[in-house]
Design a protein around this ligand. Structure first.
Ligand code: F58
Length: 833
């Protein structure tokens, strides 16, 4: 391409009005060159990879906008009932391929780019992902956006446009080091700023009692600080439909008036400070899954985005339907965990204080509007806010919460006469840990539906953290097992497998309706399919091995079994149980070098919260064990250990297709659902897992004979803990276990330093809150069964094919249909094509 005129890039037979958004290869080529010229200001021959990426993104976006505008119009004129999904996190991952797939032009766009001598894989590598989430919860929100559009449910996702998303993880000397994620530095082609859609958000100050013109008593909030939230919109396409929904993220800014006011009285530095303070609110995502301790900025963030979102919802309702009394008929608000639960108090404030509605009517509307999903049972992860902090930042909301609480506890009193202990347990205010607001209780009391994210989890919330609430109103409790989108986690991340499935089934209907994967079942024993299945897997393993070699320097044989654990680092997820298994195999080989073993590559990925010392030590341990094993010629023909740095959506997409074995080994009762378990299984990995979260349902779906189950059940865990768990006795009673732990303490993995891993080994031996030692033996035995199965390739292939064939239930499309029918009562809106 040496042309100097962007308009002559390719002869086109399309009518002129089609070339801007046409889908033919010629139209795409023309659009690509036009976008390169008119948006990036570049000719093809001087364009950088980044310019080429941006041109490709804008070419896709132009085509998305057409569907988006059409959807907005149809939703508006049909007065469609709409879902507002409130989530503090959206872990979107790279957008380009996903959008091309959902536009139905992935193949032709690649061909068009290649005809322009663009290396498509290189531009995909150039893409920076919006890491606006830290783990499963944020990624679930992104999967649900995809499925909401695909299921034609009118929806708006509301959240925060963090300037810095989840940190980038680099590994230095085996330790995690955090680097800030400046994902916006080169611009974001997928978003549209909406400077005119902005709302004031207030903080601090005090409240005053006043009277309105009719003499009714009212509350006026006199804030100390006012900032502005500005909307940034990202279109979200459905697959196989024309529907497109909206992700609206709020950025915090200083309102000009505020800024100038201070400036005019001569306080220049004060004005600048106020501006910085305002902008700080949407600056950075909190990566912690550690206990919250007075994180003022985080509370500010939560209020910031729910206030903007509730104000926007009211504005939209006014623009379309009208009377506020019907807002709960137009909108349902789904709270993704408790982080947006303040929306309940904020809607009350807006309706009562600003719209002059009576408390009773406002409460009735609010109670019919919200639904709440719980994602954790871990007591330390349940959000609470200190009353003092809350009062200082949100004095009016505290009054509202008190009023809600009083009314609620009065009901409880009447229902359970004299049961004061119950009142204390159910109160929105925890008086036992220095007066704190229990956000989960606010979410339950203010919602008409509460759900857990897997069957076991939903059962457990009803018998533990929400037992009293369940006794009060059992009909409000539901379960919706999580799901993941097969577009991203199969079609985008594993195109080879997607092609093989389509060829085998004779159709690609499975992409839009994952139950069609069942068509694979009858082929599970077909040797031809099995051979191809194996080729697809080995090709993905080769890709991953190459990437890992390049990024970690650990060479891995693609013929080895790829045994992968990729998820946030946390003691309850028990990466250290996996490490003990590796050490056992290592010791076995060292003691008897003639022992024959199926070669395994142990691959880990995951970030630790920056303040979670034990999780960071676990990363160091994995790398330290890897260092010793990988360079020991006596064992490294059989064992390799690699830690993939910076596990995020993009890197996850390299792992799922390449896994033979998926490690889902949390202590039973602790993992609410898990979604990585689904992603691995959909890509043909077999699972070794505990009786926990969605593992249980995956096992039921794929068949017990196609799943490696081990360890205690949640009930056994509870029983053992009640009886008094003594890890020390287990350590003393199992010679192999003792020698594995002792090897860590010996300093072998720490250049002779016996102290480095002491906090970890001591904690295991003396406390072991997640019962690693109790499941150790069962885990090793189960791994023996894995080895045995892997040594029989045809059996393994059959199991792998059946796993994929039976994963239909774990599509996020199914989950969204369940929410829409059972919880939201929202009908799909079909757009004519
Ligand atoms: C996860 N929670 C659950 N929280 O642990 C997992 O079992 C479940 O599959 C998933 O939600 C989706 O339901 C989770 O990812 C967070 O990331 C929080 C974000 C905010 C800070 C505290 C952790």
């Amino acid at each position: 391409m040496s042309t100097r005129s962007p308009a002559t890039a390719a002869p086109s037979n399309d009518p002129p009005e089609q070339t801007r958004t046409g889908m033919s290869k010629a139209a795409l080529k023309q659009a690509y060159i036009d976008n390169l010229f008119y948006i990036q200001g570049r000719f093809r021959d001087v364009a950088s990879t980044y310019d080429l990426y941006m041109a490709a993104a804008f070419t896709a976006r132009d085509r998305m906008l057409e569907r988006w505008v059409e959807s907005a119009q149809v939703y508006k004129t049909s007065h469609a009932r709409t879902l507002c999904y409130l989530s503090a996190e959206y872990l979107l991952g790279p957008q380009l391929t996903q959008n091309l797939v959902n536009l139905g032009i992935a193949k032709v766009a690649r061909a068009a780019a290649e005809e322009l001598s663009v290396d498509f894989n290189a531009i995909l590598e150039e893409e920076v992902e919006p890491g606006l989430g830290s783990g499963g919860l944020g990624r679930l929100a992104a999967c649900y956006l995809d499925s909401l559009a695909t299921q034609r449910i009118p929806a708006i996702g509301y959240g925060i446009r963090y300037e810095f998303g989840i940190f980038d993880q680099v590994i230095q000397d085996g330790w995690q080091v955090e680097r800030s994620d400046n994902w916006l530095r080169n611009g974001n082609p997928w978003e549209l700023p909406r400077p005119k859609i902005s709302f004031a958000v207030r903080y601090g100050g005090h409240t005053e009692q006043t009277r309105d013109q009719e003499g009714r008593s009212r509350v006026r909030w006199v804030p100390e600080m006012v900032i502005k939230g500005v909307a940034y919109d990202t279109p979200i396409l459905g697959y196989g439909v024309r529907n497109a929904n909206l992700l609206r993220l709020w950025k915090s800014e200083a309102p000009e008036s505020f800024d100038f006011q201070t400036f005019n009285v001569g306080d220049y530095y004060g004005a600048v400070h106020a501006k910085i303070e305002a902008e700080t609110i949407s600056k950075v995502l909190y990566p912690n899954d550690e206990p919250e301790a007075g994180k003022e900025l985080r509370l500010k963030q939560q209020y910031f985005f729910v206030s903007c979102s509730m104000q926007d919802m009211i504005r939209l309702h006014r623009n379309t339907v009208g009377p506020l009394e019907t807002i709960h008929q137009k909108f349902v608000v789904q709270l993704n965990d408790t982080h947006p639960a303040l929306a309940i108090a904020e809607l009350m404030r807006l309706l009562v204080d600003e719209q002059a509605m009576t408390w009773e009517q406002a409460w009735s509307i609010t109670r019919q509007t919200f639904c709440y999903t719980n994602h954790t049972l871990l007591p330390e992860a349940l959000e609470t806010w200190s009353l003092a902090l809350f009062e200082r930042l949100l004095p009016r909301h505290l009054e509202i919460i008190y009023a809600i609480n009083q009314e609620f506890l009065d009901q409880v009193r009447v229902r359970f006469l004299g049961d004061e202990a119950r009142i204390a347990r159910m109160s929105l205010i925890d008086e036992t840990h220095g007066r704190r607001i229990r956000m989960a209780h606010l979410a339950v009391v203010g919602s008409r539906a509460v759900n857990g994210v897997a069957a076991l989890h939903s059962k457990l919330i009803k018998t533990t953290i929400f037992k009293d609430f369940h006794e009060l109103a059992p009909e409000r409790f539901h379960t919706v097992t999580n799901g993941v989108t097969p577009r991203r986690f199969m079609v985008v991340s594993n195109p080879r497998l997607a092609r093989l499935i389509t060829a085998t089934c004779g159709h690609d209907r499975w992409i839009g309706d994952l139950e069609y994967l069942r068509d694979l079942e009858t082929h599970a024993d077909d040797p031809v399919l099995q051979a191809r299945w194996r080729q697809v897997k080995i090709a993905a393993k080769r890709d991953l091995a190459c990437w890992l070699d390049h990024h970690t320097g650990v060479p891995i044989d693609p013929e080895a079994m790829f045994d992968i654990q990729a998820k946030r680092l946390h003691e309850y997820k028990r990466q250290h149980l996996k490490v003990l298994h590796i050490i056992r195999l290592y010791q076995r080989l060292k003691q008897d070098p003639s022992v024959s073993m199926v070669p395994r590559a142990f691959i880990f990925g995951g970030k630790a919260a920056p303040g979670y010392v034990m999780a960071k030590l676990m990363i160091k341990l994995i790398n330290a064990v890897g260092e010793v094993i990988n360079r020991d010629p006596q064992v490294n023909g059989y064992l390799r250990v690699a830690f993939m740095p910076n596990f995020n959506v993009k890197n996850g997409q390299r792992l799922y297709p390449a896994a033979d074995l998926s490690e889902q080994i949390s202590l039973a009762g602790k993992e609410a659902s898990g979604t990585g378990n689904m992603k691995f299984s959909m890509n043909g990995a077999l699972t070794i897992g505990t009786d926990d979260g969605a593992n249980i349902e995956i096992r039921e779906a794929v068949g017990a004979e196609n799943f490696f189950l081990f360890g205690m059940t949640a009930e056994e865990v509870q029983r053992k803990q009640a009886e008094g768990y003594r890890p020390w006795a287990l350590y003393q009673g199992d010679a192999e276990l003792k020698s594995d732990i002792d090897l860590i303490s010996s300093g072998l993995f720490s250049h002779g330093d016996p102290h480095l891993f002491r906090p970890l080994t001591d904690h295991l031996i003396h406390a072991d809150p997640f019962m690693v030692l109790a499941d150790y033996r069962a885990y090793l035995e189960c791994q023996e069964r894995v080895t045995e199965a892997y040594a029989q390739p045809r059996r393994w292939d059959r199991m792998s094919i059946l796993n994929v064939a039976r994963m239909g239930r774990f599509s996020s499309d199914r989950a969204i249909r369940e929410y829409a029918e059972r919880i939201w009562q929202i009908e799909p809106v079909v757009l004519d094509s």
